[in-house]
Design a protein around this ligand. Structure first.
Ligand code: VGL
Ligand code: ZN
Length: 232
């Protein structure tokens, strides 16, 4: 009898800490789903295709219905953007150059203003999404993060938007795990949001170990890596 009582106490404790949001997010009016860069250029056939990037679309749709607050980020570059290898004579995509704000991976041209590649994947079906934060629109500065440009000074406004609306918790999905999801998650955590990344709802580029490093860096800031089933 004692053993059974002890076991049920343990079970109750685990259930309570889960409900407190230590392992899984409470989904309520203070929680926002941030759908990162689910754009054609990051999907197969796109100019900076993330392997299996399109597989996140259906998962985002299913998850997204459960959230009152849904926000999209959209990578949005002018032609000739400084993150494009084509803007650096003699350089190739995926080489790294030094920019005034630090190292910058050079990419194939992608997500240019008003191009088909910059549009959201046509299967993304979250009509209740409330706002779209565009980023990377200044020619000289990239922005993987939905919160802060790569100069690490210029805010996009997403932090203020969420704060003003009383959002304290962010759940992230989208592309790419090791770049824009990673940087957005880190900045969400730094902004004081309780931050979760749903791993099956993301796909990675994985350049030279960048995916393992991204998960480690996110974990160090308290970002929680969860599964779709953790959303209940
Ligand atoms: C991204 C590289 C360049 C991303 C955006 O969405 O992860 N990656 N621009
Ligand atoms: Zn970009």
């Amino acid at each position: 009898r004692t053993m059974i009582a002890g076991a049920s106490v343990l079970t109750a404790t685990a259930a309570t800490s889960a409900a407190r949001g230590q392992g899984r997010p409470t989904i309520d009016g203070q929680t926002a789903l941030i759908v990162v860069d689910v754009q054609n250029d990051f999907c197969p056939g796109g100019r900076l295709a993330v392997p299996k990037g399109d597989e996140v679309v259906a998962i985002c749709n299913t998850i997204g219905r459960r959230f009152q607050n849904v926000v999209f980020t959209q990578d949005w570059h002018p032609e000739g953007h400084s993150s494009f290898a084509t803007s650096h004579p003699g350089k190739k995509p995926f080489e790294v150059v030094q920019m005034p704000y630090g190292p910058q991976v050079l990419w194939p041209d992608h997500c240019t203003w008003d191009s088909a590649g910059a549009e959201f994947h046509e299967g993304l079906d979250l009509p209740h999404a409330q706002t779209i934060i565009r980023k990377g629109y200044r020619k000289e500065v990239d922005s993987y993060s939905g919160f802060m440009e790569a100069d690490r000074r210029t805010a996009t406004g997403l932090g203020g938007y969420l704060k003003e609306r009383g959002v304290t918790r962010a759940v992230l999905v989208g592309l790419a795990t090791d770049f824009c999801v990673n940087w957005t998650a880190q900045d969400a955590a730094k902004a004081g949001l309780e931050t979760f990344v749903v791993e099956e709802a993301c796909r990675a580029i994985d350049l030279g170990g960048s995916l393992d490093k991204a998960w480690a860096d996110m974990a160090a800031l308290g970002v929680k890596r969860i599964k779709v089933t953790d959303l209940g």
